[in-house]
Ligand binder design. Structure first.
Ligand code: N01
Length: 505
């Protein structure tokens, strides 16, 4: 069914319909704000959970916590939900909230530009142009697949696809397959496909830490309880939340606190692999937590199979039919699964957003890396809010908690703009700098910065511009109220608002 045409103007334009964009839309509606539109380049809601359909895809945060606080789901089948359940949950929540008439699917943003003269954004999309008072960018932190720059990769004649763009029309059964990468996606894919393929080569550049996965089906009694005793789900959610918050000091202050996790991960290797040479190959050489800690019970047993080879020699090139490593060995394959992650520190959406001074966010960030005020707003980019912006990512808990904290901040900002008749708000440069200096100071002693690894948390300058270095309840507290005193604000006449005169940058 063709989408309805775009309106010419909305108060709030939301980009993206994943957890961030969908949650924003629902909360806007709940707060009585109906003048909004969500544009989404894909064909339905879900974001990363719509796109990552690879075999074995599941969340490594229990769904009781990895779900909206305002939309509990009594139907989760197990503690760590598989992707189809999460995607079905998001579809159902969107349907039930009655917001989908304000979503335009198949509509990609080409560029968004701020205009000071009428204090609005002009957003050009593949379906037409819309102006907006406020833009909420919720395009996702892990949405743009990163293909590795391996010599010859474009000339491979077999089947090749990224883990986030799985080709379900291609049957891997009986094929010789290579998987490049050993991150969160690969550790889920490899055990799932190992049974089906004729032979599997797994190319490992860095061995990850992999803990046991404490996953199980919920019992019938639990599921009945979730449905009929609302307090039970809240209890599970709260217990999971606080259990995970306990990990924060091990990441941010004293990596020594992660010793029990390290012990469990080493035991996981010992349980899954008997061969000492293979055990040595999979044993990480950096501090646990430096890269994302993975969870799996079947990763190591899969690597130990006779029909699976773990290749640790670096890949030097790909020919029409084989992967070639530095030792000169050529391994012929029919298909290559590229599980090499995403663009995280150079977010593609940033290249499409132009601020008050005519520069894109990407141009501003190219100098010192990504930076925002409270991970959400940007000096020089009035009335722009980003969900899952710089330094909002987590190594230990649910991003949905962070997303809901940001949405609450945005709603408060919108209320304040309305009550104070503000036409534009942007954080003061000083406020943004102080925020980031504090974040970077805290990150400097974290395991992500000191643990002896390179990861997608760090940008080309070696700065950690992705992770939040404190507890999630601190993040929520700091974003609990929109703080106009930290903002440059204007009113309809173009003059600075009264709040603006109280503080100097
Ligand atoms: O990507 P990654 P991912 N040649 O960047 C390797 C979330 N997620 O898709 O470690 C050879 O983690 C790279 O090697 P190295 C989660 O936040 C969640 O797996 O850089 N190898 C690494 O092994 C996660 O962190 C879930 O040395 C190359 C791998 O590819 C994030 O998504 C599931 C290479 C990339 O790992 C990304 O996970 C899936 C090259 N040129 C994802 N380039 C769950 O909730 C890269 N690599 C369970």
């Amino acid at each position: 069914m063709p989408s309805a045409p775009l309106p010419s103007h909305v108060r709030v334009l939301v980009i993206g319909a994943g957890f961030g964009g969908l949650g924003t839309a629902i909360r806007l509606q709940q707060h009585g704000e109906t003048d909004f539109l969500v544009v989404e380049k894909g064909t339905e809601v879900g974001g990363t959970w719509r796109d990552n359909t690879y075999p074995g895809a599941a969340c490594d945060v229990p769904s009781q916590l990895y779900s909206f606080s305002f939309a509990p789901n009594p139907d989760w089948s197990r503690s760590f939900s598989p992707q189809p359940e999460i995607q079905a949950y998001l579809r159902r929540v969107a349907d039930e909230a009655g917001v989908l008439d304000r979503f335009r699917f198949g509509t990609a943003v080409e560029d968004a530009a701020w205009h000071d003269d009428d204090a609005s954004w002009t957003v050009r999309t593949t379906a037409g142009t819309v102006t907006a008072d406020v833009v909420v960018a919720a395009a996702g932190g892990l949405s743009e697949p990163r293909m590795p720059g391996i010599d010859g990769i474009e000339g491979f004649n077999g089947e090749i696809f990224h883990s986030a763009r799985w080709n379900h029309d291609y049957d891997l059964t009986g094929k010789r397959v290579a998987v490049i990468g050993t991150g969160a996606s690969a550790v889920q894919i490899v055990p799932e496909i190992a049974d089906r393929v004729a032979h599997l080569d797994v190319y490992q550049r860095t061995a990850p830490w992999v803990m046991p996965r404490r996953d199980r089906d919920y019992t019938t009694a639990e599921r009945l309880g979730f449905r009929h005793l609302p307090g039970l789900q809240r209890l599970y959610r709260t217990a999971i939340y606080w259990g995970r918050e306990c990990f924060v000091p091990g990441f941010t202050v004293n990596p020594g606190l992660a010793a029990p996790a390290k012990k469990a991960a080493l035991a996981n290797i010992a349980r899954g692999i008997a061969d000492p040479a293979l055990r040595a190959k999979v044993t990480p050489t950096f501090e646990i937590g430096c890269k994302r800690i993975l969870i799996s019970n079947d990763w190591y047993p899969a690597l130990a199979r006779d029909d699976v080879d773990l290749v640790t020699n670096p890949i030097t090139k790909i020919t029409g039919s084989a992967v070639v490593t530095a030792d000169g060995v050529e391994r012929e394959v029919d298909a290559i699964v590229v599980a090499t992650g995403f663009y995280t520190t150079e977010q593609p959406i940033a290249g499409h957003i132009t601020g008050a001074e005519g520069r894109t966010l990407a141009e501003v960030w190219s100098e010192d890396g990504m930076a925002a005020y409270k991970g959400t707003t940007f000096h020089g980019f009035p009335n722009l809010f980003q969900i899952v912006g710089p330094n909002t990512g987590l190594g230990h808990s649910s991003m949905v908690f962070i997303i809901e904290s940001q949405i609450a901040y945005i709603l408060d900002a919108l209320s304040r703009m309305r009550s104070d008749r503000l036409t534009s708000v942007q954080p003061r440069l000083g406020a943004q700098r102080r925020w980031n200096a504090d974040v970077q100071r805290r990150l400097a002693r974290s395991v992500w910065n000191t643990g002896g690894c390179s990861s997608w948390y760090l940008d080309a300058h070696g700065r950690n511009t992705t992770l939040w270095p404190r507890t999630t309840f601190t993040f929520r507290r700091l974003l609990s109220r929109f703080d106009p005193e930290q903002y440059v604000t204007t009113t309809r006449s173009g003059v600075p608002a009264p709040t603006d005169r109280r503080v100097t940058a």
